[in-house]
Design a protein around this ligand. Structure first.
Ligand SMILES: NC(=O)c1ccc[n+]([C@@H]2O[C@H](COP(=O)([O-])OP(=O)(O)OC[C@H]3O[C@@H](n4cnc5c(N)ncnc54)[C@H](O)[C@@H]3O)[C@@H](O)[C@H]2O)c1
Length: 263
């Protein structure tokens, strides 16, 4: 075994949903740096950001709305038609629902609640289901889902106050479901040699949202390491799960949270 090639992604085709996003673009970058062909599947509006931005570009941008099964199917078909295979799917996108008063558990209506659960959990479900036939064609693959520390523990609402970064109840409920769906899908898809794992990020606030120093200090203090994660610090876990270095890992969850959920 030549361990220096264990994480080589040459010849592998990877799709990162939401790949122009803050953390997700780091996924694009590391997979590309290790030799993969990387497709960004993101909203049509993000294409501008992709074309003009300084971010990692990957090899192709496909407009895709992960709230729609048809759109996901069309996107995966386009990628398969162009490259002849899909080896890795990073199910990255989450969309939220519930703002202001409507984000509070006693005022949230049913429709808003389920829209947010769908944004966290339905997105992972649809991605998994739709990629199966493509991965089966090449004899296997790796699916990586995104959970959150707030799928493991509840946000300490005392420190959020009115801060817009406060997550509504449907977010963590959906994310907890992602961890369980990951285990279920891993069991169901093992016979096709499709591995399914997830990552659980802790606090990685986008620097453009980090303007309240007192709040930041309190939030960062909830990690054992006493700081926020830097966006590139998610990338190692993604490469591990995408590559053959994790060939005996399925149904697992890698926590990258500075110790937030460990105490
Ligand atoms: N950043 C954090 O602190 C943090 C913490 C825990 C978990 N997470 C999880 O990590 C993942 C990535 O987070 P991020 O910070 O990169 O997010 P981000 O908000 O920076 O990026 C999200 C991306 O998803 C795209 N998107 C939104 N709705 C879409 C749709 N319907 N179809 C297709 N694309 C859509 C956006 O255009 C954007 O590019 C998410 O699942 C998030 O819940 C993030």
């Amino acid at each position: 075994m030549d361990y220096r090639k264990l994480m080589d992604m040459t010849g592998k085709v990877c799709i990162v949903t939401g790949g122009t996003g803050y953390l997700l673009n780091e996924n694009v970058k590391i997979l590309k740096d290790f030799g993969a062909t990387v497709v960004i599947a993101d909203m049509r509006e993000a294409e501008d950001r992709w074309e003009k931005g300084e971010q990692a570009k990957g090899d192709m941008f496909v407009a895709c709305d992960v709230s729609s099964t048809d759109s996901i199917r069309e996107c995966f078909t386009k990628v398969f038609d162009k490259y002849g295979r899909i080896d890795v799917l990073v199910n990255g996108v989450t969309y939220g629902a519930g703002y202001g008063k409507g984000s509070q558990i006693e005022f949230m209506d049913d429709q808003t609640f389920f829209r947010g659960v769908d944004g966290a959990l339905g997105t992972a479900f649809r991605g998994i289901r739709e990629v199966i036939p493509f991965m089966r064609k090449n004899g296997g693959g790796s699916i990586i889902n995104y959970c959150s520390m707030y799928g493991v523990v509840a946000p300490d609402l005392r420190i959020y106050g009115d801060n817009p970064q406060k997550q509504p109840p449907n977010y963590g409920a959906g994310k907890a479901g992602v961890a369980q769906l990951t285990r279920y899908a891993a069991g169901a898809l093992a016979e096709y040699n499709i591995r399914v794992n997830c990552v659980t990020p802790g606090p990685f606030p986008n620097p453009k949202n980090q303007n309240d120093a007192a709040f930041n200090e309190k939030l960062a203090g909830k990690t054992m390491l006493g700081r926020f994660g830097k966006s590139y610090e998610i990338a190692g876990a993604i490469l591990l799960l995408a590559s053959d270095a994790s060939s005996f890992m399925t149904g697992s969850n890698i926590t990258v949270d500075g110790g937030w959920t460990a105490w």
